[in-house]
Design a protein around this ligand. Structure first.
Ligand code: PEP
Ligand code: MN
Length: 455
């Protein structure tokens, strides 16, 4: 990505193509009150350095193609919505540690390389079911994520402010810097497998992890005594991802790679298209079809075979290995019915996208005391259903996409700590969807590892 001068380096027609989304319907965009301020922000963003490099993005695509062939597993997790105030060292470290722990559970349990990917360093924009929110007679714009407006229910906070896009960039940049430091600077060394469990409160999932970590430790020491060289264990690859939602962020962050003259969205390694913005003739599908990053698409329970086939043709017309990941979010009660026909049709057409499960977004409930929650049992049930469907069809269940935090919150019900509705009242922090806490995340990883090993 040597060139920051897209006009010079782009292949003919590329830049016009990137702006074609402007001619299409773009769902879920904020109504920015000040267009001049917005334009200034877009120009500023376009001059900022890329957050990721094209070469890294290509390596990730290669890793995902391995997973699509059944030779690796994708672990993708993080907040529903990151916030600026929570981009602190402690919270970022806890999330990275949780993902590293989950990855080691999976790698050890299933003897399979795990691709680690955060919903981190850019997950600042949210699609909403309504443009507005009314409380006690007052109607204001809905909260659309920290990249757009503030969560407080005041006219001032809810007014979309384009300067927040710059803060989203800066917060992503510092978050990514810390992730890179943790994962490249020795913290992620597999010989620290015990360290990652420190600082979390004791619970059954932690103890199970401790036992496994002891086995790994012993194995490493044994291999070291045999003279093995462990340079490979010192660092780990860690990729970033978010929903590609806001054109006023993603377009300025899209740069032409000087090696190939092709565009990469440099705001993250992996970008996904949400369930609400995957219209075949819509702006999101068009725009993202033109960048080279590996892409995800969320698929809800009403997805048709035709939709899936058309998405493949639009987003991956050359059937490039690693390009396309389908993230299914059907709901525990629907996955066994809704998923098989999609996977079967794609398999029979000879295509091999990566299939991963998001067991969160189809399982939302509202509790009697008014919290947006999810039952841990439903989450686990959807994961089991996902494995069952792929087992029946002979296809590979290639990954899991979860909303989680390393912090000791109570947002999802159940798990080995038996979180109940009353507990939500004391430890619910998410501004958006409920996340698995640290011990629920580990428990989920153990289940997935068992399912993978039993395939
Ligand atoms: C999300 O991932 O937070 C989200 C909004 O998901 P979906 O598009 O699947 O509803
Ligand atoms: Mn969510």
């Amino acid at each position: 990505m040597a060139s920051l001068e897209p006009v010079v380096a782009a292949n003919p027609g590329v830049l016009e193509g990137l702006d074609n989304y402007r001619n299409l319907v773009a769902a879920q965009q904020p109504t920015w009150p000040d267009q001049a301020a917005l334009e200034e922000v877009r120009q500023t963003l376009a001059k900022y350095p890329p957050l990721v490099f094209a070469g890294e993005v290509d390596i990730l695509k290669d890793r995902i193609s391995q997973a699509a062939q059944g030779k690796a597993f994708l672990l993708q997790g993080g907040d529903c919505a990151e916030t600026f105030v929570d981009a602190t060292a402690d919270r970022i470290r806890n999330r990275v540690k949780t993902l590293l722990q989950m990855a080691v559970v999976l790698t050890y349990g299933a003897s399979m390389p795990v691709i680690k990917m955060g919903r981190m360093a850019g997950q600042f924009a949210k699609p909403r079911s309504s443009d507005i929110e009314t409380r006690e007679g007052l109607t204001l714009p809905a909260y659309r994520g920290d990249a757009v407006n503030g969560y407080d229910f005041t006219a001032e906070a809810r007014n979309p402010d384009p300067k927040r896009l710059l803060q989203a960039y800066n917060t992503s940049s510092s978050t990514l810097n810390l992730i890179r430091a943790f994962t490249m600077g020795g913290f992620a060394d597999l010989r620290s497998v015990h360290e990652w469990n420190k600082g979390f409160i004791d619970n059954p999932a932690n103890s199970r992890y401790e036992t496994m970590a002891k086995d790994i430790d012993r194995a490493i020491k044994f291999m070291a005594a045999c003279g093995a060289n462990f340079n490979e264990l010192r660092t780990t690859e860690f990729y970033t991802s978010h929903e590609g939602l806001l054109f006023d962020y993603e377009r300025p962050m899209t740069r032409i790679d000087s090696r190939t003259g092709t565009p990469y969205d440099t705001s993250a390694h992996f970008i996904w298209i949400g369930e609400r913005t995957r219209q075949l003739d819509g702006a999101h599908v068009d725009f993202l079809s033109r960048v080279r990053n590996p892409l995800g698409v969320k698929l809800g329970p009403n997805t048709s075979v035709d939709d899936v086939m058309a998405l493949i043709e639009k987003l991956d017309p050359n059937h490039e290995p690693g390009r396309l990941t389908f993230i299914t979010r059907m709901g525990a009660g629907k996955i066994r019915e809704a998923l098989p026909k999609l996977v079967e049709a794609v398999r029979d057409a000879g295509f091999t996208p990566l299939w991963i499960t998001d067991p969160m977004h189809g399982n939302g409930i509202t509790t009697a005391n008014g919290y947006k929650s999810r039952r841990f049992d439903d989450v686990m049930n959807e994961v089991r259903g996902f494995f069952e469907v792929h087992r029946d069809l002979g296809t590979f269940p290639g990954g899991v996409h979860v909303e989680l935090t390393g912090d000791d919150v109570a947002e999802c019900l159940g798990g080995s700590e038996h979180i109940d509705e009353i507990t939500l009242e004391s430890r619910y922090e998410s501004l958006c969807d409920p996340r698995l806490n640290h011990s629920q995340s580990l428990e989920l990883a153990f289940l997935v590892a068992e399912e993978l090993a039993a395939r």
